[in-house]
Design a protein around this ligand. Structure first.
Ligand code: GDP
Ligand code: MG
Length: 452
């Protein structure tokens, strides 16, 4: 009886969710992109490439991009960022295309945003790259820590805008009720409860969130300690967004991590067990993709995944080798890793998407050395045997040599060597077992007391 009622409710919920998705797709908002070409000798992307990336981001947020405009700017207009002539031009364009969202590639000040919305008209939302990325984070954060990190970033983004008595952002959040999404775009997020809160309340919320994040982190630290006790090596997948990390994780482990032709399809660390050909196992973690021009204020929202990376024993850097900017993307990832003080752990470079290339790509020029470079196709499953073999080889090569005499009652330590290391020589006498072996560096310390 009860069961039937529960199933009935579940079916209704599924139907509602389906209809909601359907409605969202029908009501897909039309966006228009704006990029400004300022004189910048350090820009590693052309303005077109940068807008291509912005378009992928907009796509990920569920928007349909109908057009773009580029302006050659000598200096930023204090009121409208771009020049007033360009503003009028864009105003006509968006009316023609029936666009409702204008997205700027660069950071807009609160004043820019306000003046632009005034200039474009009542129903036009103006966003910048940061706001768009935050919106995507809010849609994709799936763990509690990820969601809290995003909420924190959103509140910090809003705070300076509120000090100027500016309420547009509140209007933009559109009562969507947080991450459930209502088809509207533009700062879904902490939700409509923020509509009327003043600055002090946001400040309070920020400190509370910071505390909560700390406590969730401490909890995660305990998980890590547990993992360390087991001695299982951890492999981290890193790489530019859309490189194929999630696809590779799925292929290698049969896991169902959401893989899509979208940026930020994954935000939170997803860890799975990986069986290596020689019978050893490892844990493998997926991470959120890196991008160029990641606003510095958003780096904190990445920490949840990046921390996982710094704790790993081996790193696999996945790159879309078929991408014309493959080398710049490798560089952007390496730069970000340097920023988070990535320790020197063995690194493997996986040249992905070779199915898209007429011939095998040469090893790219990289600033960092790699222990192995392996061409693969995560989609077709090509080269994965080689990749697994290289992971195992690199893992064993980086083990530490130990020579220990273990008393018979320490069968646990013996098992630890057998499961995670390589035994080179083993002899037994009445006191115990004499072993020469190689073990993962993180386990070596546990054998010090028994060293010969
Ligand atoms: P992530 O952002 O690095 O996690 O990338 P995903 O795994 O989500 O993949 C991004 C897109 O690239 C998806 O559309 C995948 O189907 C596609 N993709 C991944 N690996 C390959 C590959 O080896 N070949 C081709 N042609 N496409 C791939
Ligand atoms: Mg992914």
């Amino acid at each position: 009886m009860y069961w039937r009622r529960i199933i009935g409710v579940a079916q209704r919920l599924v139907k509602l969710a389906y209809e909601d998705t359907h409605r969202t797709l029908q009501a897909q908002e039309v966006a228009f992109l704006v990029g400004a070409e300022l004189h910048n000798p350090h820009a590693s992307l052309t303005i077109d490439e940068s807008l291509d990336e912005l378009e992928l981001l907009a796509d990920t947020a569920g928007l349909h991009v109908a057009g773009r405009a580029i302006q050659n700017l000598k200096q930023i207009d204090p009121a409208t960022y771009i020049g007033s002539g360009k503003v009028l031009e864009i105003r006509e364009e968006i009316a023609r295309l029936d666009a409702s969202v204008v997205i700027f590639d660069d950071e807009l000040s609160p004043r820019h945003q306000r003046e632009l919305e005034e200039a474009f008209g009542e129903n036009i939302k103006v966003l910048d790259r940061s706001a768009l990325i935050l919106d995507i984070f809010a849609q994709h954060a799936s763990t509690r820590e990820g969601a809290m990190q995003v909420e924190l970033a959103q509140l910090e983004y809003r705070l300076p805008r509120l000090t100027r008595q500016w309420t547009h952002l509140a209007r933009q959040s559109g009562g969507g009720g947080g991450r459930s999404g209502n088809g509207g775009v533009g700062l879904r997020g902490p939700g409509e409860t923020q509509l009327e809160v003043d600055r002090r309340e946001i400040g309070r919320k920020i400190s509370k969130l910071k505390e909560d994040i700390e406590s969730v982190r401490a909890h995660r630290g305990r998980h890590r300690a547990q993992r360390d006790r087991l001695g299982v090596p951890v492999i981290a997948l890193v790489g530019y967004t859309n490189a194929g990390k999630s696809t590779l994780l799925n292929r290698l482990t049969g896991a169902k991590v959401y893989a899509a032709d979208q940026l930020f399809a994954t935000l939170d660390p997803t860890t799975r067990k990986l069986e290596l050909p020689g019978g050893k196992s490892a844990l493998i973690s997926d991470t959120v993709g890196f991008i160029q021009k990641l606003p510095t204020t958003l780096v904190a929202a990445f920490r949840a995944t990046l921390e996982e990376v710094t704790e790993a024993d081996i790193m696999i850097h996945v790159v879309d080798a078929s991408h014309p900017n493959a080398e710049q993307q490798i560089e952007a990832v390496e730069d970000t890793l340097a920023q988070i003080d990535m320790p020197r752990i063995p690194r493997i470079l996986a040249l992905n998407k070779i199915d898209e290339m007429p011939e095998l790509p040469p090893a790219p020029k990289t600033a960092e050395p790699y222990d192995a470079v392996v061409p693969i196709s995560a989609l077709k499953g090509t080269g994965l045997k080689d990749l697994l073999a290289e992971i195992e080889r690199v893992m064993i090569e980086n083990m530490e040599a130990i020579e220990v005499k273990l008393p018979y009652r320490r069968g646990d330590l013996l098992a630890l060597i057998r499961e995670n290391g390589v035994v080179d020589e083993e002899t037994a006498d009445e006191e115990g077992v004499l072993i020469r072996a190689h073990v993962p560096p993180r386990l070596a310390a546990r054998f010090r007391d028994h060293a010969r």
